[in-house]
Design a protein. Sequence first.
Length: 237
Amino acid sequence: MSLRIALLNAAHDGEDNRRNFRRELDADLVEYDVTERELPDTFAFDACLVTGSRASVYWDEPWIADLEAWVGDAIERDLPFLGVCFGHQLLAHALGGRVEAMDDYEIGYRTVEHDGENPLLAGVDESFTVFTTHSDHVAELPPGAERFAENDYGVHGFRQGDVFAVQFHPEYDPETAETVTTGKDLPDERIQHVLDGITEENYRAACEAKRLFDNFTDYVRQRRSAAGETTRAASDD
């Protein structure tokens, strides 16, 4: 039975997110354009995913406040979550962490390390390549959260219960990486350096991190199966 996942698309032009996540996730994705204040009127999902965005979670914008409130309610109802980039930061903020602007911009293919203990990155080398693009970071983890991935720019992955979040972009294809890079307000020489690094070799290396999508859906299926067994056991009593 297919998983039903709410895709909370936080991009102001959501086509790249739509294409990338639909390609990577083995699930029935129900999409909501959260920048237009579209949110589910139900919590009847197996899981939820919050995407990247050009926004910052601390901006005073109604759609961000609405999204964070809905996410908080969904987490209280024990829905599993996966957050990516902005989604990573929004989940941290919703759970009581702190998100701040960085002194520098991390962009391009970078190396991240993980602790080898989190199921989200099972099967991924402990030192791995990913595409990154962000100027905010999780400066303080939510209470009770565990950091499982990082590099010299800071936190790249945390977990709190059924909530998983990564700062990097495992969903990116080279087309998205190029489009995002050329749209940044950065010095021309830095943009060109990043573009020069968008190679087939680097993309192939970064594809290893895509395993986290299957790991997440496997986790959600196992959780759903366990919940079903608990329900059946209770009905037999």
